[in-house]
Design a protein around this ligand. Sequence first.
Ligand code: SAM
Length: 403
Amino acid sequence: MLKVITLLADIMADSNHLSANVNVVICFQEYGGRVHRFLQEYGLLETAWKPKSIGKSLALPFNEQINKKDIEKALHLAFDFEIQIDCIELEKSETSNNPHARLNRVIIAWLSNRRILENERDKYLSDLPKKWQLLGDFVVLPETAFTSDSWSSLFGQIASADLLAFWQEVSHALGGVRLARQHPIAKDTHRTSQTELLLGENGWVEFLDHGIQFGFDATKVMFSSGNVTERRRIGMIDMKGEVVVDAYAGVGYYTLHMALRSKAKHIHACEINSDSISGLSWAQEANGLEDSITIHPGDNQETLPKLYGIADRCHLGLLPTSEAVWKHSIHCLKPKGGWLHIHMNVHKNNLEEWTSKTLEMLKKYAKSHGRDWQIKAAHLERVKWFSPHVWHVVLDVECKEHI
Ligand SMILES: C[S@@+](CC[C@H](N)C(=O)[O-])C[C@H]1O[C@@H](n2cnc3c(N)ncnc32)[C@H](O)[C@@H]1O
């Protein structure tokens, strides 16, 4: 049986030290190649530190940007042999060329070119971004990156051409060509992305996720890279022959996985935001899905009623809650029933209560719709921490006729 142990410990990887405590995946040597390939394929492998043999086992370092729970889940889904997540001391690779190290080097060189003395550099170096998103050649920095008082006052003293050159250095160090800084995702219905373009002409991005082509304007719509395990999980459900309704399709975050990996027969993708629809239409064509996805533009309060009685499965992917479409989704299912995947933010102490209340509501909606269904929670997936104490969960609900 797969045994996954997670020992919590902070990464203390400092690019100036020759060894450090680093997060690792530990497996038997014989599986090392498979795990190494997996980490490499998903961009999770950390190349700044050397893998280490421990008896019959091998420790492979993984990227410090990756949440330990996420990697644990992804490995759990991918492999059925024993894997352990730990934090152990590793030696630095001879040629440390990971993006963190590159960024550090580039910034040190840039500061010394500007004649900033070594003893003054710490206030800049201590404030370098530790996380970012790389969407194709487009780097999205977190909203706090390079905004400290020290950086702001330094930028105030340099010409705009020099600033552009600086952003070029940063984006190249992080593996991109264009650069933007994230503003908070708007709390409006459309989940608009508010991104400040620092370098580049536009924010149109194209990239592969699990072999699926995605495309959209990253300055206009959001893409949550953090839900990687949920995209993987949904794509592993067998949906052959099924008609699926995706009530909040966005740029196809789940729609494309259900069409290509789960092999759903047809997906009705409801989406209100025209920028997301542009991305979804692009991806539909790029992935050759013209015949298997129908896009329904507009408010799903109006589009879902046109899809009543046709679905084997409804995907309800809106946070903090998708409650506004629970009743519609019950109506969308075929008379024999089907599946619902309900996304929700729920306090960690409230998971059981929320699950049973949700089932009660769904039973009420089904009954008033004349459906005599057995409705049960098949699985509650904890996708990730949305905030301290609050889980982003997905409840898989099965609705079926009484036998
Ligand atoms: C969490 S986001 C998108 C997640 C999506 N799975 C993706 O591609 O990232 C939710 C999506 O629902 C859409 N949306 C929100 N309210 C809607 C409504 N009433 N009708 C249709 N779409 C809606 C938003 O425009 C947004 O694209």
